[in-house]
Design a protein around this ligand. Structure first.
Ligand SMILES: *Cc1c(COP(=O)(O)O)cnc(C)c1O
Length: 375
């Protein structure tokens, strides 16, 4: 019977490999018989600071209206975003995480006979959404571990409708600078929607990193996607947003699920945008943690990919699985990247000082256990 049901599904859906998230803390705690508080999870680029008390208070207030449907248009959150960035609320699309935005774009613009362009080592949601839509995936070989904008322009043809660019990129942390982005935007044909995915932009303290919002007014085929799940610390609530022309926002609104962002998430996001101090504290924690991780990796003789984000992708120069497994046994969760075609790399999210230290200590042991030459 289940085989029969399987055969009924669309071939392109049967061919999908589901997204593999970082291993949940509770799952590893159960497996090891440990207290979840003793697990260090640096696997999903989450904000390590713990929930912002102001957001918790806003959620508690919003919970009084839990029996009511949320504001399906997200009026207050859009107004806040509009004010903050000087954009019209009609240019904003809210998402259940920015992953939801990616799916909406695919639903609205992709189908069989069309294609989407993205980079090798690009974010996993791009091929998933593209394949699910029936469109062709055009993966362009990476340059310096990230988006080769020239190569991506070359891959565009008359059937291309979407090009996905994460800046900075996940899982490698690589980035494109202002000049390269501007040169690219000037040349990308008008029949292609550029999705500039800026999930990590709040961590950028490099002046050469462009702010995609600066280009939306002048490029009607540009959509900038942002997330409140990373630097703003709302991963569990799921909130993201896109800024685009009104026309593109209107199209996405046609495929957007009614009430896609729940009422607690809307309230939490509004509170998050009102608290720049939390964001700034997170940036400080991140700067400190990046320096700590990089120094620790250097001391272990490991190389890592230069990044502008809240994670470090380490090159082990050997299969990463044994090291990953040893880290798990020691209660440390990081992210293996086999699924991205990087079987010798591990991605480590920046944690708090003691978490980074635990990871580095566990890594030294893991390298020894796996017979790594460089420790
Ligand atoms: C984490 C991530 C997202 C998804 O973020 P959510 O808002 O949690 O859905 C999108 N793009 C990239 C590149 C990411 O790393």
């Amino acid at each position: 019977m289940s085989d029969h049901i399987h055969a009924l599904a669309l071939p392109r859906i049967r061919a999908l490999s589901p997204y593999v998230p970082g291993k949940p803390i509770d799952e590893l705690a159960r497996e090891l018989g440990l207290d979840p508080a003793d697990i260090v999870k640096l696997a999903s680029n989450e904000n390590p600071m713990g929930p912002n008390p102001r957001i918790l208070a806003a959620i508690r207030r919003a919970a009084r209206l839990l029996t009511r449907y949320p504001d399906g248009n997200g009026f207050e959150l859009k107004a806040k975003l509009g004010e903050r960035f000087g954009i019209d609320a009609a240019q904003i699309t809210l998402g259940n995480g920015s992953n939801d935005i990616i799916v909406m774009v695919a639903e609205a613009f992709l189908a069989e006979g069309r294609n989407a362009v993205f980079s090798q080592y690009g974010f996993a949601a791009y091929p998933l959404a593209t394949q699910a839509s029936g469109a062709e995936c055009r993966e362009v070989a990476a340059k310096a571990w990230g988006n080769d904008l020239e190569g991506m322009l070359t891959a565009i043809d008359g059937d291309t409708r979407v090009i996905f660019i994460a800046n900075p990129n996940n899982p490698t942390g690589s980035w494109v600078d202002r000049q390269d982005l501007e040169r690219f935007l000037a040349r990308v044909p008008g029949h292609v929607l550029v999705v500039l995915d800026e999930a990590y932009i709040e961590y950028a303290d490099d002046a050469s990193l462009p702010d995609g919002l600066d280009y939306v007014a002048s490029h009607p085929n540009l959509l900038v996607s942002r997330s409140l799940c990373k630097a703003y610390g709302l991963a569990g609530l799921r909130v993201g947003y896109a800024v685009s022309s009104r026309e593109v926002a209107d199209l996405l609104n046609r495929v957007r699920q009614p009430f896609n962002v729940n009422s607690l998430a809307l309230a939490g996001a509004c509170a998050a945008l009102d608290d720049d101090a939390y964001l700034e504290a997170g940036r400080r924690v991140n700067r400190h943690g990046l320096a700590q991780l990089q120094a620790g990796l250097d001391a272990l003789g490991l190389s890592w990919i230069p990044m502008r984000a809240n994670f470090v992708t380490v090159d082990l120069g050997m299969p990463a699985q044994p090291v990953y497994q040893s880290l798990l046994r020691q209660g440390v969760i990081v992210r293996p990247l086999d699924g991205y075609g990087l079987p010798g790399h591990l991605r480590v999210s920046v944690g708090l000082d003691h978490e980074n230290r635990s990871f580095l200590d566990a890594l030294a042991i893991a390298l020894k256990e796996s017979g790594h030459a460089a420790h």
